[in-house]
Design a protein around this ligand. Structure first.
Ligand code: GLY
Length: 592
């Protein structure tokens, strides 16, 4: 049996020392079987939050699944008028920035995977960057202790936004319709307003004091009198002006001129670091996608700066030798092997992953099937492996979690899987005065100090230390699957550190457990991320018997109301697009 190698990390600090530091600091942290279905005309699913009632829908000519019904409707309209999947993506992205302000964003960033109908593959990193004035220790006090809120709330938490650059570059390379046509729906939604959902009303009421604290000049998200109610109209006049400028001037409408001035003024007012130069210099990056194989499916997923793709392929490789479909969905053996795989992949994530423009990520080594098989060799069926006994692999020296995901496929079969975020719900709570959009608090995704947990309880070291102009490590995992050279699935989710494990389980639910797309999305999930050493579970994810068996082996469980919000599309044997819209949110599938 091969034992996981425990070795040293850079700067001569023993991993065991780092691990002890991590534990100490961590305590401070919060942490197809295809089924015959009728092909339906375009329609929305009802926004029931009952997680078990949704049934898969199928569409012939294209499909969009996003976090908000208005954004899905915008995407479907673009497809119907002849736009391709990229056109619909751009339109949905800007619409979400209006109707889903908690994550939709033009003040944040994200990642996407593209697959053309002919099989061209690409991925784009439009992740935020640290401002040029950022410093490694910028969130530490004079004693070297983290000032935890500073990376999570307010102006100093904001990285340089990447969304508008990302959409401009995407459209330039693959778009068909005119740019202005794609931004127009967002402009209209901001100008005329939209009716907020019940979830949104609750969130806006809950966060009122935060909006007041960080927006002394006022913001549209604070209701003048009384409380927000489901169905209230939210008109965003300042944001409409910003959308008009982006519509008419493209990149320059955001990174230069009026909007750039508003951002820099906002930074000055609140002690933030983003400068005009930072905005002018920001450019989204095309990157080669990560490719993996799982049981005959080609997995096309996100490379660093996200950790998601590497970790996803590691997880799939780690469990591939085990007969989980025989063992059953969320049975004790299936759960155990998946949890142990997760523990190991997240240990690697903490040490080895960071912005590839700044850090040599051992990508090839981490993606070796033999390596991931060897990582599972010390799995003990009688006992949970304590995370203290799992460290990152060692290679020859080469050196309210809120994000949102949407999936789009057009008539020809072009597909986009896009995940985007301002980090936690409503980002840093700062709405840029005059420009009307929320800024991100993505700086918290850096490792503010070795071993110190971020908002999601994730720890990191040198690979993800803060540096000027560096991108912070992400867990976003937009993914596309191919089978026999054809498009098979488009999948992704929000959920911070649980993104990777939610995408992992959704894929396995379809491939190993024969669920349709909606069933795979509805299915209850669990999550382990090395540290903290516990299994997070949604209610009813595991039967009491399974949980008891695993507890007897030393596993600790932690209840979470919900994990992930997967929006996905599966191509059926008949060639229709079968949708899965997550009932955990207001997520909505549409198509035609
Ligand atoms: N902000 C969450 C992530 O990028 O993983």
């Amino acid at each position: 049996m091969q034992k996981t190698i425990i070795q040293t990390v850079s700067k001569g600090i023993k991993t065991s020392t780092l691990f002890a530091m991590a534990l100490l600091c961590f305590s401070q942290a919060n942490a197809q079987v295809e089924k015959d279905k009728n092909v339906k005309a375009f329609e929305f699913l009802s926004n029931s939050n009952s997680q078990d009632v949704r049934k898969a829908q199928e569409f012939k000519n294209g499909a969009v699944v996003s976090a908000h019904p208005e954004a899905t409707a915008v995407g479907v309209e673009i497809l119907k008028k002849g736009g391709n999947a990229v056109d619909a993506t751009v339109a949905v992205k800007f619409a979400l920035a209006v109707v889903y302000p908690n994550a939709g964003n033009i003040g944040g960033g994200g990642f996407l995977i593209y697959r053309s109908a002919k099989g061209e593959l690409n991925s784009m990193d439009f992740r935020e960057k640290a401002p040029a004035l950022a410093q490694k220790d910028m969130y530490l006090d004079i004693n070297g202790d983290p000032i935890s809120e500073k990376s999570k709330e307010g102006h100093l938490a904001a990285g340089v936004p990447g969304t508008v650059s990302g959409m401009v570059e995407l459209h330039k390379k693959y778009g068909k319709l005119k740019w202005a046509e794609l931004v127009e729906p967002a402009y209209q939604l901001a100008t005329k307003g939209f009716k907020i959902t019940k979830q949104q009303a609750n969130e806006l009421n809950r966060l009122k004091s935060k909006f007041q604290q960080f927006n002394p000049l006022g913001t549209v998200f604070i209701k003048g009198e009384g409380e927000w109610k489901q169905g209230d109209l939210l008109v965003q006049t300042e944001l409409a002006n910003t959308m008009r400028l982006i519509r008419d001037k493209g990149r320059a409408g955001f990174y230069e001129g009026e909007v750039a001035n508003y951002i820099v003024e906002e930074m000055k007012r609140g002690g933030g670091l983003i400068s005009k130069e930072d905005l002018k210099n920001y450019k989204a990056a095309w990157r080669a996608p990560i490719l993996g194989d799982y049981k005959g499916y080609k997995v096309i997923t996100m490379p660093p700066t996200s950790s998601g793709g590497i970790a996803l392929v590691q997880l799939l490789q780690s469990i591939a030798p085990y007969p989980i479909s025989k063992w059953g969905h969320n049975s004790d053996s299936t759960t155990q092997v998946m949890v142990e795989a997760e523990r190991r992949a997240y240990a690697d994530r903490a040490k080895h992953l960071g912005d590839p423009d700044f850090w040599k990520v051992p990508q090839k080594e981490l993606l070796e099937p033999a390596y991931n098989k060897s990582r599972m060799a010390n799995l003990n069926w009688d006992k949970a492996t304590p995370s203290t006994e799992i460290q990152a692999g060692e290679f020859a020296k080469k050196e309210s979690e809120e994000t949102t995901h949407f999936s789009v496929v057009d008539k020809e079969g072009n597909a986009v899987s896009l995940t985007t975020t301002i980090n936690t719900s409503y980002g840093n709570y700062v709405v840029v005065k005059g420009a009307g959009f929320l800024l991100n608090n993505e700086m918290d995704d850096f490792s503010v100090k070795p071993g110190v947990a971020n908002y999601f309880g994730l720890i990191g070291y040198e690979a993800n230390a803060i540096a000027p102009n560096k991108r912070m490590l992400s867990s976003m995992t937009p993914t596309i699957l191919e089978k026999d050279g054809k498009l098979s699935m488009v999948v992704g989710t929000p959920g911070g550190s649980t993104i990777i494990t939610s995408v992992f389980q959704t894929i396995v639910n379809v491939i190993d457990f024969g669920m349709d797309m909606q069933e795979a999305v509805n299915a209850k999930k669990f999550h382990h991320q090395w540290l903290p050493d516990r299994v997070d579970v949604e209610p009813k994810a595991l039967t009491p018997e399974v949980q008891q068996k695993l507890e007897a082996k030393g596993y600790t469980f932690y209840k979470r109301n919900s994990i992930g919000r997967v929006d996905a599309i599966l191509v059926t044997k008949n060639g229709t697009y079968q949708t899965g819209a997550d009932p955990r949110g207001d997520d909505t599938a549409g198509g035609w």
